[in-house]
Design a protein around this ligand. Structure first.
Ligand SMILES: C[S@@+](CC[C@H](N)C(=O)[O-])C[C@H]1O[C@@H](n2cnc3c(N)ncnc32)[C@H](O)[C@@H]1O
Length: 271
């Protein structure tokens, strides 16, 4: 039997969708009601933190920049990621490193929606395997709107299933320590290349130096049309001339990004 309070009514669902969209640019279609229900279910019920979804919604609205709003954003964003996802992009990065790695005093790389850290650490591992000690000149910034995801990225601790089979065994031995519980921790040499920060891509970019390579993979997919177009402009402006923007394979962009040439594989070069 379903009680009224178990239900995520249409008006509350729409209200949460609007709030989430306003905060993150992520556009949830009407069909995603079940997803929202499922992701918030552990918070709502007779003996849970909120009696109803309406109570949760009201709490979030009463403090739209507070911790409850942050938690909602973490719960509604999709953080799925894994080490060396879309391997051709890491082959491309290795090419860039071998071509330019020794030419620059520092090479700035931004993993712009890095979730729980798999992407920036995979970039750091690629740099270390390619350049050895010289990799210290590769500065990797990882950012994400979800503070919880960033906390997890900072810890740099992953379950066996996130590591084993995701890269060669030699690589695992070189760049991870295994603890007694069987978990893997990214080694300090890898962490030394990566800085992690909470950052919402809808906000004005605060960087005073431009990037040589930006990875923005599997994010545009979740954003509405306007947020997508706006973000592409800001990203283009944040690249050095000749710099690269790498999008995820499932991300789509408007045909012809102004100021960029498409070199295939969803990789763009700033003209
Ligand atoms: C599916 S993960 C992609 C992770 C990684 N880039 C990859 O391809 O494996 C999408 C990430 O985008 C983040 N995200 C969504 N909207 C964002 C925004 N407005 N600003 C910053 N990050 C955002 C989410 O929190 C989530 O961690």
């Amino acid at each position: 039997v379903t009680n009224d309070q178990d239900l995520l009514t249409e008006d509350v669902f729409n209200n949460l969708r609007r709030f989430f969209f306003m905060k993150t640019g992520n556009s949830l279609s009407e069909k995603k009601r079940y997803l929202v229900l499922y992701r918030l279910a552990h918070l709502v019920g007779p003996d849970k933190e909120y009696k109803t979804y309406r109570d949760l919604c009201q709490r979030v609205h009463s403090d739209p920049d507070g911790p409850e709003a942050e938690r909602l954003i973490t719960l509604l964003t999709t953080h799925f990621s894994y080490f060396f996802r879309e391997p051709d992009h890491f082959d491309f990065f290795r090419e860039v490193l071998s071509r330019y790695g020794s030419r620059f005093h520092e090479l700035r790389v931004w993993s712009a929606a890095c979730s729980t850290g798999e992407e920036p650490y995979s970039l750091a591992i690629t740099a270390l395997d390619c350049l050895g000690a010289e990799a210290i000149r590769i500065k990797i910034l990882g950012t994400d709107v979800s503070s919880e995801a960033i906390d997890k990225a900072r810890k740099g601790i992953y379950n066996e299933s996130a590591i084993e089979g995701k890269m060669e065994t030699g690589r695992i031995h070189r760049w991870f320590d295994r603890d007694q519980a069987g978990k893997y921790r990214v080694k300090p040499e890898v962490r030394a290349l990566v800085r992690l920060k909470e950052f919402n891509l809808l906000e004005p970019f605060p960087f005073n130096k431009r990037f040589h390579v930006i990875f923005l993979r599997n994010v545009l997919y979740y954003l509405g049309q306007d947020a997508r177009a706006d973000l592409m402009k800001k990203l283009t402006a944040s690249l050095v001339d000749g710099g690269y923007l790498v999008l995820g394979h499932m991300d789509t962009v408007p045909v012809g990004v102004p100021g960029m040439s498409n070199r295939g594989g969803n990789i763009f070069k700033k003209l």
